[in-house]
Design a protein around this ligand. Sequence first.
Ligand SMILES: Cc1ncc(C[n+]2csc(CCOP(=O)(O)OP(=O)(O)O)c2C)c(N)n1
Ligand SMILES: [Mg+2]
Length: 342
Amino acid sequence: MVSERILPELNTAEISLDRETALVLYEDMVLGRFFEDKCAEMYYRGKMFGFVHLYNGQEAVSSGIIKAMRQDEDYVCSTYRDHVHALSAGVPAREVMAELFGKETGCSRGRGGSMHLFSSAHNLLGGFAFIGEGIPVALGAAFQTKYRREVLKDDGYDQVTACFFGDGTSNNGQFFECLNMAALWKLPILFVVENNKWAIGMAHERATSQPEIYKKASVFNMVGVEVDGMDVVAMHKVATEAVARARAGEGPTLIEALTYRFRGHSLADPDELRSAEEKQFWAARDPIKKFAAFMTEHELASNEELKAIDKRIQEVIDDALAFAESSPEPNPEDLRKYIFAD
Ligand SMILES: Cc1ncc(C[n+]2csc(CCOP(=O)(O)OP(=O)(O)O)c2C)c(N)n1
Ligand SMILES: [Mg+2]
């Protein structure tokens, strides 16, 4: 029997989730899942190239956090596992898919690919191939918000930044340096660690002296919380509280989401290091199935309504694929375009 670190079930009697929010969360998680499944299909059919890191299993983290924020106003900073964060932040599936095909219509004009999604329109600060690279960038976004508000006295700036990264990345120096600065300056930022137990083939407990990452917040006098990353209701609740704290000028939060990736590290990974038992344990906690059951149980939606959403989202994905495939390649004459700001 595997012994897994999980949290007690959320007491749903304490939760009041309205139908509108629930539908947003469900739809966003399904969008993420179907998008990634389509990527896997395209990759294995030889139509998509390069490194592709999928997010299956972790959807509750992206949807729960980002849907508690203001779309296009707040900032989202991702990693190389960035497709679903981009979708939750409002980047159209067409633009994300086209980017993965290296097309001119992609959100990074086809120059970035899977690990470098970017959208100024949706305040997506980027996907980053180097681990921990996004943390100082997110810190900078949070700093400029606070600087404009408090030093330049512009009340229009009250944005919150969400910075996502993995358990393995939390052992890197940027994590500690940026936590210190964020706490010192009370920056409006959420550090969201997606603890999926593995950093490629390195088990989390083998790589860190204190596996309970949220506890690392305390040495910086920061709020640290652990949350069930397979439960979108729990994620959304924690995110709503952290966003309110950040927006009120009360500073950052370190959120450790206990989650799991259902596929290998990347689509090139044969995924032979994790035991079948462990994979089965987490597969049984599928966040989408769990939330679908929650919604029907609490009469937030019927099974038929959920099926209709699934069908509609599949059409969005099919449309995104057709768009990506029929879009033009970047013009070789534009090779030097977008290297520097105009
Ligand atoms: C600075 C740097 N060092 C090493 C790597 C190689 N690398 C790519 S992913 C990864 C593991 C990251 O694991 P984690 O932070 O847990 O994120 P996950 O892949 O689980 O989402 C490493 C070491 C890298 N990309 N950048
Ligand atoms: Mg990890």
